[in-house]
Design a protein around this ligand. Structure first.
Ligand SMILES: *Cc1c(COP(=O)(O)O)cnc(C)c1O
Length: 393
């Protein structure tokens, strides 16, 4: 049903690798081994702009270049402004550092309690289990460590992290991220989830991963069995543009959903990628059709060399205004800024409250019409002398 409704995006297929046996293509090991990681490989498939060529030469000192064949196929190679291309092909702009930018804008390193464990909110932690991803997003918030291009040498202390989690009884929620945790072997994922579930006070485990988008082949039946075994596990994926909503991604989400994994999506608001209402509306509608609930829309973190992606806050608010009330409530993500220095995620929603007084609140709806709602809670009601007799009949 959905495949017909949403042509032309759904079916991706093997594209420039169409001669490859299907078994290879569908094998996630093959996809990883055949990633595009050098300027030469990129140029053998497409013509780069001068900006991109410069970016590729510089990339390996900042954040590695890596694109899975599957995701590379989503690029429109004729279009210099392709929204997929911008997300994964480096540009010389990455060398430009704005004064407000830094390598660790969220102050994660100062909230590390154990290497790999970020404890910023009282009841939940961020558990970084690897520094590798299937492909690298050029606006990565953890580019200081991810791919190890800057020599961060990330070594999570998994056992120490378990000790910390065991002894901190107020932690009820563990968010496993990285890097991309689904790059770990099935065995490692199995043991990790198993260990976390043995800890009595941990109620909620979730995985943050872009693997379904970069490498849907990784969502194998065997992996799904592990997720079933440790249910409930929630997952946040990361889709930015409707063109990423392929048949392959939809199938991967279906496998996860059938394994009992509730799915959310986190998008980053990116200039020239998804910074208009039409694109975002198309995206959130496709997400719902893939059983994915839009969770967060992030304002770009102030990461070194990312200013070419930055979108005005006003624009972000306008996008949310264009969704709220105009489409299913389930389709509307929460627009947030992850506050610098570890302030946490703070919503920046459009304002629907015109004014509040002691007796009423004046609200503006999605059409711009005003509505009053009485806010009184202890009215001076008239008590009838006796209730109508029929009430007691
Ligand atoms: C995002 C984040 C969380 C989870 O936040 P939610 O709003 O609950 O999704 C937890 N810890 C850290 C350090 C985070 O960055």
């Amino acid at each position: 049903m959905a495949s017909k409704k949403n042509a032309p995006y759904w079916f991706q297929g093997q594209g420039i690798w169409s001669d490859l046996p299907e078994d290879y293509w569908n094998n996630w090991g093959w996809q990883l081994r055949n990633r595009i990681t050098t300027l030469q490989q990129l140029e053998s498939h497409m013509t780069l702009t001068e900006q991109e060529r410069k970016g590729c030469q510089f990339a390996n000192q900042k954040l590695a270049l890596a694109i899975t064949p599957y995701f590379f196929n989503l690029i429109d190679r004729e279009d210099e402004d392709c929204p997929i291309r911008k997300q994964v092909i480096p540009r010389g702009d990455e060398m430009t550092v704005a004064p407000w930018e830094s390598v660790d804008p969220l102050g994660e390193d100062s909230h590390l309690v154990v290497p790999g464990l970020v404890h910023r909110y009282p009841d939940r932690v961020l558990f970084l289990v690897t520094d590798r991803c299937a492909a690298y997003c050029r606006y990565c918030t953890r580019s200081r460590m991810v791919s190890n291009s800057q020599g961060y040498d990330f070594h999570p202390k998994i056992e120490e992290a378990f000790d910390y989690l065991e002894s901190n009884k107020n932690i009820r929620d563990v968010l496993i991220s990285g890097g991309d945790p689904l790059l770990l072997s099935d065995n490692k994922i199995d043991r990790l989830l198993g260990r976390l579930q043995q800890i009595e006070h941990i109620q909620f485990i979730r995985i943050g991963s872009r693997i379904p988008v970069f490498l849907p082949q990784r969502i194998t039946p065997a992996l799904c069995q592990i997720l079933i075994k440790h249910e409930p596990v929630w997952m946040s994926i990361h889709v930015n543009h409707p063109r990423e909503c392929t048949w392959e991604l939809k199938e991967a989400c279906g496998r996860l959903a059938r394994a009992g994994v509730p799915l959310g999506n986190q998008s980053v608001l990116l200039k020239g990628v998804n910074d208009d209402i039409e694109t975002m509306k198309d995206l959130v509608h496709r997400l719902l059709q893939m059983r994915v609930r839009p969770y967060y829309l992030y304002q770009l973190d102030s990461i070194t060399g990312s200013s070419h992606f930055k979108v005005d806050i006003e624009k972000g608010i306008e996008i949310i205004r264009g969704l709220q009330g105009h489409t299913s409530g389930y389709a509307v993500p929460q627009y947030v800024i992850d506050a610098p220095k570890g302030g946490g995620k703070i919503p920046i929603n459009p304002n629907y409250v015109e004014r509040v007084s002691k007796d009423e609140i004046v609200l503006k709806n999605f059409e711009g019409k005003l509505f009053r709602y009485a806010t009184e809670t202890s009215p001076d009601c008239q008590q009838p002398d006796s209730f109508p007799a029929e009430l007691f009949a």
